[in-house]
Design a protein around this ligand. Structure first.
Ligand code: HEC
Ligand code: HEC
Length: 209
C-alpha cells in the first residue's frame, strides 16, 4: 500500500514536470529573445553580444525600442541615414531580418553607463531638463523622458548611451549630416547648440539610468 502510494506520487511528480517542460518549450517559441537571430553574431563584434557595446563609438542598442531599431536599420539600408560602417552589414538583410534583430536587441536588458562628471546641478543636467531658453533649445526630457527612457516608438531611449556616440549624433543632426528625424525635430533642437552644450548634455545622458 505504502509503495503504491509512493508510485502514484512519483507518477504525479513526473507528469507535473512533463507538463512544466512542455510549457517552457511553448514559452520559448513565443519569446523571440530566447532565439538569437543568426545575424546577431555579426552585430556582436561591435555592439556586444547583448547589445551593450563597450566601445564608445559603437552605440548601445540593448533595451532600445524595437520600432526605432528597425527604422534605423531600414534608413541605413536605403541610405536615408548615412553610415559607411553599417551600410555593408545591412545590405543583405531582409525586412523580416531587420524586424527580428530590432526585437531581439530591444529585449536585451540595458546595462547602465559609467556616469561622467555631469551630476546634479551641472550644465548637462540643466540642458537635459530645462533646455537652453535663451537659444530656443527645448528640454531633451520633453521628448526623451525625464530618465532618458524615451517614448516608444519614435523617441529613442538615450539613458546610459556612450557620450561619444550621443555627441556625434547630435552634431550630425546640427550639421545636416543626419536627416532621418521626422519633422526635422532633432535638426531644430540642435541648430543653436554649441559643441560645449552638446558635450555637457551627452556626458549627463551617459549617467542616466
Ligand atoms: C563594424 C562594426 C559594426 C557592426 C558589425 C555592426 N554595427 Fe551597427 N553600428 C555601428 C556604428 C559605428 C554605428 C553608428 C552609426 C555610424 O556612425 O555609422 C551603428 C549603428 C547601429 C544602429 C543605430 C543605433 C541608434 O541608436 O540609432 C543600429 C540599430 C545598429 N547599428 C544595429 C546593428 C545590427 C543589428 C548589426 C548586425 C546585423 C550591426 N549593427 C552590426 C557599427 C557596427
Ligand atoms: C521635439 C522632440 C525632441 C526633443 C526636444 C529632443 N529630441 Fe532627440 N530625438 C527626437 C527624435 C524624434 C529622434 C529620432 C530620430 C530618428 O527617427 O532617427 C531623436 C533622436 C536623438 C538622438 C539619436 C539617438 C540614437 O540612438 O542615435 C540623440 C542622441 C538625441 N535625440 C539627443 C537629444 C538631446 C541631447 C536633446 C536635448 C538637447 C534632444 N534629443 C531633444 C526628438 C527630440
Amino acid at each position: 500500500m505504502a509503495l503504491r502510494k509512493l508510485a502514484v506520487l512519483a507518477m504525479g511528480a513526473l507528469m507535473t514536470m512533463a507538463v512544466a517542460s512542455v510549457h517552457a518549450e511553448d514559452g520559448d517559441e513565443d519569446n523571440v529573445a530566447s532565439k538569437v537571430p543568426a545575424q546577431a553574431q555579426i552585430c556582436a563584434g561591435c555592439h556586444g553580444p547583448d547589445g551593450n557595446s563597450l566601445v564608445p563609438m559603437f552605440p548601445k542598442i540593448a533595451g532600445q525600442h524595437p520600432e526605432y531599431l528597425e527604422k534605423q536599420l531600414k534608413n541605413i539600408k536605403s541610405n536615408v541615414r548615412l553610415s559607411p560602417v553599417m551600410m555593408a552589414i545591412v545590405a543583405p538583410l531582409s525586412d523580416e531580418d531587420m524586424a527580428l534583430l530590432g526585437t531581439y536587441f530591444s529585449q536585451q536588458p540595458a546595462k547602465p553607463g559609467t556616469p561622467g562628471t555631469s551630476g546634479p546641478g551641472s550644465v548637462g543636467e540643466k540642458i537635459y531638463h530645462g533646455g537652453i531658453p535663451g537659444a530656443g533649445v527645448p528640454a531633451c526630457a520633453s521628448c526623451h523622458g525625464a530618465q532618458g527612457a524615451g517614448i516608444a516608438p519614435g523617441f529613442p531611449r538615450l539613458a546610459g548611451q556612450h557620450a561619444n556616440y550621443t555627441s556625434t549624433q547630435v552634431k550630425a543632426f546640427r550639421d545636416g549630416q543626419r536627416k532621418n528625424d521626422a519633422a526635422k525635430m532633432m535638426r531644430m533642437v540642435s541648430a543653436k547648440m554649441t559643441d560645449e552644450d552638446i558635450a555637457a548634455v551627452a556626458d549627463y545622458i551617459q549617467g542616466l539610468k
